[in-house]
Design a protein around this ligand. Structure first.
Ligand SMILES: *Cc1c(COP(=O)(O)O)cnc(C)c1O
Length: 353
């Protein structure tokens, strides 16, 4: 598909790379593409970044028929820009689309248009250590209609956001709270889709955890509240003796690209790897008997987030010595080095722009 380009009249001032934060600054341009029943997905275009005017009755505002993605662009040592497994994100957005009755998009068009935008916005990719360009593709339903059904029109848009180093003050373990009061998703629902509703469903439990001094919520399964699912916006891993365990993709867990990358690396290192059900009782038991070595989360934003403390009911456990475990560090270092082009890429994960 042909991508039309309409450049901004004036460009913004770039933010200070040492104060980027997350989700605060946006670049000069964005991608847009429309869907209607007659033309299907059409008119991919690069336009100045700006507001989207909507009728107040626009369906997405009422029923949340929307999906999104999150990936990053990295500045490599040669000054070039590279993406990490973008094909996996575009495959996943289509999978989320199917679950929310949104028409699928052509994945080659999504990747080509992103690269085109990145070539125009290349000066926005920061180069300070640990910084990157966060990429947020989104699809929203746009019919001005209050009946409950799938929309007949949609807008795809993609925005870019330079982001700071996640671990500016060093690689820090987080504290997580296991919630028994709330559930995030159930099998057959939207848990395996990247859709705003999952985040809406997580806010109250998240706020309650914050009040108690915990950074994230560890979700248990929605039926029995027995098996571990995931943590905040990350998948979760446990190291028990020499076994690396992560909950299997059971229909209510988001299939993370970082999760998949950790599993591929662990298998290439000939580790004992299990994708299986793991109950919270097994985790607490492994800690009590001294077999629980590490817990860490995996996701695009932080790559690896070591867990230093976990609270379940009235029990609080310290994981390992409460610091950063050796495997957490090894996965973080290896994946980051591939993302920034400092290490070999044996899996073909890196996509040059
Ligand atoms: C995006 C997301 C993840 C992590 O996926 P990555 O592809 O590794 O970034 C995990 N859980 C939820 C609920 C998510 O939305």
């Amino acid at each position: 598909m042909n991508i039309t380009i309409n450049k901004a009249q004036s460009l913004k001032q770039k933010p200070d790379e040492s104060k980027l934060g997350f989700g605060i600054h946006f670049t000069d341009h964005m991608l847009n593409m429309d869907y209607n029943l007659d033309s299907g997905w059409h008119n991919p275009r690069i336009e100045p970044y700006g507001p989207i005017a909507m009728d107040p009755s626009t369906m997405v505002l009422h029923y949340g028929q929307a999906v999104f993605e999150g990936l990053k662009g990295y500045r490599n040592a040669d000054g070039g820009i590279q993406l990490f497994r973008p094909q996996a994100n575009f495959k996943r957005i289509n999978r989320s689309c199917r679950a929310l009755c949104i028409p699928e998009m052509d994945e080659a068009t999504l990747l080509d248009s992103l690269k085109e935008l990145l070539r125009i916005e290349k000066d926005w990719v920061p180069s300070a250590p640990g910084t990157s360009l966060y990429i947020r593709p989104t699809v929203i339903s746009t019919d001005p209609f209050l009946g409950v059904r799938a929309s007949h029109t949609y807008r795809y848009f993609l925005i870019l956001c330079p982001v700071g180093a996640y671990y500016a003050e060093g690689f820090n373990p987080i504290k997580i709270l296991v919630t028994r009061e709330h559930v995030r998703a159930v099998r057959g629902g939207l848990g395996e889709s990247k859709t705003p509703g999952n985040y809406a469903a997580s806010l109250l439990a998240g706020e309650m955890a914050h009040k108690e001094g915990y950074a994230q919520v560890l979700w248990l399964d929605g039926v029995e509240q027995k098996y571990v699912e995931e943590v905040g916006s990350m998948n979760i891993f446990f190291v028990i003796d020499d076994e690396l365990i992560t909950p299997m993709l059971n229909g209510s867990i988001l299939p993370g690209v970082t999760r998949d990358s950790v599993l591929a690396l662990a298998r290439s290192w000939k580790m004992k790897v299990s994708e299986r059900r793991i109950s919270i009782d097994e985790v607490m038991g492994a800690h009590a008997s001294g077999h629980l070595k590490e817990i860490f989360g995996s996701g695009t934003a932080a790559v690896i987030s070591p867990v230093g403390e976990l609270k379940y009911g009235d029990k609080v456990i310290k994981v390992g010595d409460g610091g950063v475990g050796p495997l957490s560090r090894k996965f973080f270092d290896t994946i980051s080095a591939i993302q920034y082009g400092r290490a070999q890429d044996p899996f073909g994960w890196v996509e040059p722009v």
